[in-house]
Design a protein around this ligand. Sequence first.
Ligand code: HDD
Length: 724
Amino acid sequence: MAQSKQEAQRKSKAGEAAQAKQKQLETFSQAGENLLTTNQGVVIADNHNSLRAGARGPTLLEDFILREKITHFDHERIPERVVHARGAGAHGFFELTKSLVEYTRADFLQEVGLKTPVFARFSTVAGSRGSADTVRDARGFAVKFYTREGNYDLVGNNIPVFFVQDAMKFPDLIHAVKPEPHHEMPQAASAHDTFWDFVSLMPETTHMLMWVMSDRAIPRSYRMMEGFGVHTFRMINARGVSHFVKFHWKPKLGKHALVWDEAQKVAGKDADFHRRDLHEAIANGDFPEWELGLQLIPEAKAESLGFDLLDPTKLIPEEMVPVQIVGRLVLNRNPENFFAETEQVAFHPGHVVPGIDFSNDPLLQGRLFSYTDTQLSRLGGPNFHEIPINRGVCPFHNFQRDGMHRMLVAKGQVAYEPNTLASGAEFRVDGGEQGFRSYPQEMESPKVRLRSATFDDHFSQASFFWNSQSPSEKEHIIAAFQFELSKLDSVAIRQRMVDNLAHVDSKLARKVADGIGIAAPDAKAAAGRAGFRNVRNKLPIESSAALSMEANANVPASLAIATRKVAILVANGVEIGAMRAVQTALQDAGATCRIVADQLGSVATSSGQQLTVDHTFTNMPSIMFDAVLVPSGAASAELLQRNGAAVHYVLEAYKHCKAICLIGEAAALLHSVGITGDGAGAAVPGVVIGTNDPAGRAQLAQDFIAAIARHRHFSRPDIDAVPA
Ligand code: HDD
């Protein structure tokens, strides 16, 4: 009994902790009112007319209301982030499901059930603030935990490795990928000469290039991508014992991607595709969720991995060190104001709490300088920790003073330590048990500008990633390299890159070379170039199933098609019997269905009812949906077949390998353009054909759900022949 009371108290404490950030933000928030005032609080009588010398005369300088309004407007913009400028964020909580007391003393990782408020921001890397969401790029995955011991930021990406090994090369990398400086093109794209010039001269980039050319770089949704802390960090327990740790976020909805043609089209039709998807999911109560997984490595074991844990171009295969699930991240609240929260949030890998510490990864070490530094110009001074979204939920106190935009009114005579004047007694800092103490790693080495020889293996993990991909994933990687390299003016850079790829896999290199107008790959030429290190360490395994998205396409049945979007194409005369049955089953399984037609308004069903239309073929094309359903009806099928936009709709969904359900006469939509399976009557993968017959409706719905759950059907035979 006593125990359950204690449990209840702990739970309510945990619940309170989760609310702490929201409560704090509310004290800073402002609702719209009917009254307008100046910033000084003076009520404005007329918000339409400036003060003039006569109704047709010049405006008077005296007009403090106009001056204040225009001045504020003139200064509304702040510099965008130098990288990761384009992003979207959300509030939520992190709940611990497995105590980490054995590994770390961090307070928020001790007590199972404790909920810590978080703010997460997802982003692309290269594009400007207004660029499109679905470009080919790594995605940022940054989470700020507002813990009771201060803010902890896990500032990662959706790819577990990075391009370069040393922060010294980060500005070069970013200058190479950003729009070229002479004409500022192209926006948010790596398919240009400077990027490939740089990476082809830096073989250490090869492993991450493989990821960026894979479908990982075009996620279907932020909600359906993994996150990684990338670097090796440390966890230190109360006894001072350290473990190395790699962080993983595993999405509950599985990891899924768009296809490249679709991603490019979406960028034009809805540049906000990922931002909208995140916002809508949260607004609908479909809260995105990830599991937090850890790979924990005892210090003593680090040496035996066969590669250097400090090298950020390497991952630890899950088969070698399993990922332990220790918690869950749930995003359940959209920001109230994009600028105040998502734009002003300031992440920093150096925001750690006692029990979490850094490794000597030279990329991480450089980051520890960069993030505060960049906020100084982006957020206008050293007090950005006082901006509401950045405030911790625990008290803070120190003797840092003044500076731009200081909000805190520090009381008293004393702003130094040690002192006696503050309280009359001597005050000297002693954080005691609570204090952050850096892990006392032994160090005795000369000061050198030198990279460890253990960082020299640039290709074996790139090959490992390649070997882990399914045949269609390999095809996509080849096509992505071809696309990117075909955009280059310089033939020499194309050749250099393909020569490098020969060290990943000879077939990959040859296939990329085919069709981009260069000579056969020359592995020897690559090996002879400056900066090339011919070192290959052997991993104990050849491939990892965890690295293939296709191998992991199915998610638990309860979430199989949750939040997926299905377009139902209709025209006058549509039969809605089987359609309704399938629609209900889809919705019961958590999908959203939308009626799409030639124009808005309604269509007449075969039984004379009016069916309200949600979207048109052009305002919500097939690329906005995960699957397409076309109901039966001789008249409606004929109308759709004569409508180019409707035929294109189905063909495009087909080409993008999406699930399609055709009922009755609607099957002609694909048959009439020659898509009939293998011609011997075999079904086309992911195309479900049924009739309006009530007896078959339940099965039809189940088959369609299974096809959508598979996400994409890359084994379709005749994709390239489809004109969409
Ligand atoms: Fe970085 C932003 C992730 C290397 C310098 N980085 C930024 C953001 C993410 C990452 C997710 C956006 C945070 C937000 O949403 O506000 N960065 C990474 C990862 C890296 C990495 C996973 C490698 C493993 N970054 C890296 C290096 C440097 C920087 C090596 C510099 C030496 N990154 C920055 C920055 C940014 C930034 C310039 C721009 C805006 C900001 O920090 O707040 O400081």
